[in-house]
Design a protein around this ligand. Sequence first.
Ligand code: NAI
Length: 401
Amino acid sequence: MGPQMPVTSAAMEHQTSPERILMSPLLPQVIICDLRPAGPRHRDADGRTVRDGFALDLTSFCVMAKIYYDSDADLSLLKDKTIVFLGFGNQGAAQAQNLRDSGIPNEKIIVANRDDHYAADAKSKGFNVEHDYSKAAEVADVVFLLIPDQVQPRVFNEHFSSRLKDSATIVVASGYNVFYELLQFKPSQDVVMVAPRMIGSSVRSLYVKGKGFPCFVSVEQNGTGNGMPITLALSRAIGATKTGAIASSVREETAMDLFAEQALWPNIIMLFREAYSVLKEAGCSDEALVYEMWMSKEPAEIFEAAAEEGFIQQLKHHSSVSQFGQLSGALKLDGSNIRAHFKEILYNQVLNGKFQKEFSKIEEDLEKEGDANPLNQLYTKSEESELGQGEKRVRARLGLS
Ligand code: NAI
């Protein structure tokens, strides 16, 4: 275990409740082990109960997450259970088919879906489709929530919450709604996460090839006392324990997911945008830039090699000039500003719920057409950049738009 630290960088600088950092299961296997007694509880400026005290230096020790395999899971626990898939999109279609191919009888599987092309797809694949959510809720022993995250609270709280059995298992594939407490459960129910780290089509194609896929699992509420065995059985049925399902938590999953979306990738987009403008100003053509920077698929190949051979070791495929430039250049860069920016996003935008509150205000607008949809406005603005305009010209010239 690492040294104990006063609450400094991780909590105070970022105005996040020390208690929240300490008590939340971001690192469920180790978090409690190294705490000094906490100070008295008091209310912070937002009226939350907090406790001064000591936090772990989370960077100072290595966390080993438990990994579960097929041999840890007992499919017979699902015998006689009625399993409802709320949603038959990317994940729903893949997971429902995998589960059926794992031996769960078709008559015990229900796809609960509004009457749209996803429902038609489920019917065409032989599933029993129920358009009346209430009927599906009443018979479900297990319900997989596989409709878009922003839609889940509305549909689940209105149609499922009060009708589900006291002993039902509710499965989420992303931590968001459970971490931000947007779904209503009974204390007697199991609330679990089985979150594939793969797009749905790969969840299906890897299963069909007899391969597994990375997945995070956790039990967030163990109402029946049998939460983990059921979670592992469900994970195995969808093919997630074949290569190992990693013990996680909705907090960890949400933190990493939203951090990548709100800190890492925005910076990568910004770096590409600025690099494009600098090279354009230096006289490079749009055609050369677009191919050099991404259309050749070189970045995709680099990430592929990083996954296969290692993030740093894949560099050995590049020329000596390239290796020297990349390694020495990265070491020369001072990451302290970006680290501070990253921490700001993680603590004061993601973990404190600020983003979720702001996003919830625009959620319904995401279903609007044209400029009334805030996402469309962001696309329009982003495409005004030199990179956006240059790419448009190149794609039009190549007949790709
Ligand atoms: P999706 O966007 O493919 O969902 C489509 C399904 O939701 C369809 O069945 C559709 O009928 C239903 N639906 C859409 N809008 C609706 C509405 N307003 N009311 C009722 N039903 C509606 O969803 P996806 O991408 O499969 O995501 C499901 C869950 O899986 C989410 O929690 C997501 O975070 C998680 N996840 C998704 C991954 C992916 O590959 N897209 C990867 C890992 C997790």
